[in-house]
Design a protein around this ligand. Structure first.
Ligand code: AMP
Length: 443
């Protein structure tokens, strides 16, 4: 399978690509993008210590706040396409600014990013478009919240309205706990992100992630994924940014996907259009498969981390053309992505203490790694004074492998993890337990 109309004359200006961001997500995007032979350089700003281990990749320092310097630098580097990884620059309107300067940008403008940076706005958006999601109440004072919490006959989930680095959602076990969660948000736990609180009906079911690349009018689906948010094995413990993932999600059969397209994705694109939002980027649909059908838990305006590291190795070199077509509003609807027939899995190695307080700056030693269909994407690393690799974040390394089945994938991933050493290294041993046939035999 190949993507139509991808002659190099038509796409002859794709030599230099810039990726904004510094995590495992951005390194995996760079890894997939550099596969295309038209690409000469992939710049990452700021990237991390693992970025330059990737073929054709180079880190650049760019001050995103200094707009004149930014444009000068992009012109100097002859950047042909910009991919914005994280949600904060998108919410701050970086894509709008760069498009205004005639750059091709993959990433929504501030209006589209609102799907992620205001949960109450997203909930109202879904309500207007009749998109299945949990019932909700938007509240601006603790008094209002208190009334709803204590009168409610159903269990509720409490969410800060704005961006909170994945920490703004509480799943309380009692009404008092629910009230205390709302109180902590209104008391400024997340700054202005908690000026408004969303109380949501608690729903149940397995969670899946679906990614749609959008060009403003049309969309194209990428392989689906499932991630593990909880810190500890058996999916227990505090929520994290993500401890691992696998793709594609076997749970989602063809007919599920058809329902999701019909009831969720198409109405989302139509509603964006109705509101004159020209969304050029990826929409991440965090879904729960409830007994009454799939429901949206959240929208993200960017690739998920670690789902991105998990699905990028499944992309062929034409992935780059899709990003460019989205940036130009030129998906034809006929594209076929040549994804691998393999499956992929990712295990995250974290610092001791994550997602709470943790220390950084520990040397990382990587031994004899199997690199056949295996990648290590640095998530939080830096170089020490002598150029040695050090830990520099809560999530440190993303260890990813592909193979014919999930048992082989995770066997390789965990073998590679045994070769990685840093003080306090922590990772879950049961990532993908739902899809590993041999898992119950081994545990
Ligand atoms: P979010 O940041 O909105 O994706 O929420 C983080 C996690 O909280 C989700 O992945 C779910 O596991 C859980 N969650 C969020 N909203 C609900 C809900 N309405 N009912 C049950 N669980 C939820």
């Amino acid at each position: 399978m190949s993507i139509n109309s991808t002659s190099s004359e038509k796409f002859n200006r794709l030599e230099n690509v810039l990726i904004i961001g510094n995590g495992g997500r951005e390194n995996s995007l760079a890894w997939a993008i550099q596969k295309n032979e038209l690409v000469k350089k992939v710049f990452l700003s700021p990237g991390n210590a693992g970025s330059e281990r990737i073929n054709k990749c180079e880190r650049v320092k760019i001050d995103l706040k200094n707009k004149n310097e930014l444009v000068e630098k992009l012109d100097f580097l002859k950047i042909d396409l910009i991919v914005i990884g994280p949600e904060i620059p998108l919410a701050n309107g970086l894509a709008d600014f760069l498009r205004g300067k005639d750059f091709k940008v993959f990433g929504p403008g501030k209006d589209g990013a609102k799907l992620e940076y205001s949960k109450s706005w997203a909930k109202e958006f879904m309500k207007d478009a009749n998109i299945p999601t949990a019932n909700f109440w938007k509240v601006s004072t603790l008094e209002e919240a208190k009334k709803i919490i204590y009168l409610s006959s159903i269990p509720l989930v409490v969410k800060a309205d704005g961006l909170a680095s994945g920490k703004g959602v509480f799943i309380p076990d009692s009404k008092d706990e629910c009230f205390r969660a709302a109180e902590s948000i209104f008391n400024g736990k997340f700054g202005n992100s908690g000026d408004v609180v969303v109380l949501e009906e608690k729903i149940e079911g397995p969670e899946v992630s679906v990614f749609a690349l959008c060009d403003g009018q049309r969309f194209m689906l990428l392989p689906t994924a499932q991630d593990h948010k909880r810190l500890n094995e058996k999916d227990k413990g505090p929520n994290t940014g993500g401890m691992g993932a696998y793709a594609p999600a076997p749970l989602l059969k063809e007919d599920h996907i058809e329902t999701i397209v019909k009831e969720i994705i198409t109405p989302t694109i139509n509603e964006l259009n109705k509101r004159n939002i020209d969304y050029r980027g990826v929409i991440y649909f965090g879904l729960m498969l409830t007994k009454s059908g799939p429901k949206v838990i959240e929208y993200n305006c960017r690739f998920g981390d670690p789902e991105c590291q998990t699905i990028m190795p499944l992309m062929d070199k034409n992935f780059l053309f899709l990003l460019e077509k989205c940036s130009m509003g030129k998906l034809t609807g006929d594209e076929k992505l040549d994804t691998s027939d393999k499956v992929s899995g990712c295990v995250i190695a974290t610092s001791k203490g994550y997602p709470h307080e943790y220390q950084t700056g520990f040397p990382i030693k990587i031994g004899n790694i199997n690199s056949n269909n295996c990648q290590i994407f640095d998530s939080g690393t830096c170089f020490g004074k002598e150029g040695e690799l050090l830990t520099d974040g809560g999530r440190v390394l993303s260890v990813v492998c592909q193979d014919k089945d999930f048992d082989s994938v995770f066997e390789k991933s965990y073998k590679n993890l045994k070769e990685i050493h840093f003080e306090g290294i922590f990772y879950r041993k049961d990532i993908g337990h739902q899809v590993r046939k041999n898992f119950s035999k081994e545990h």
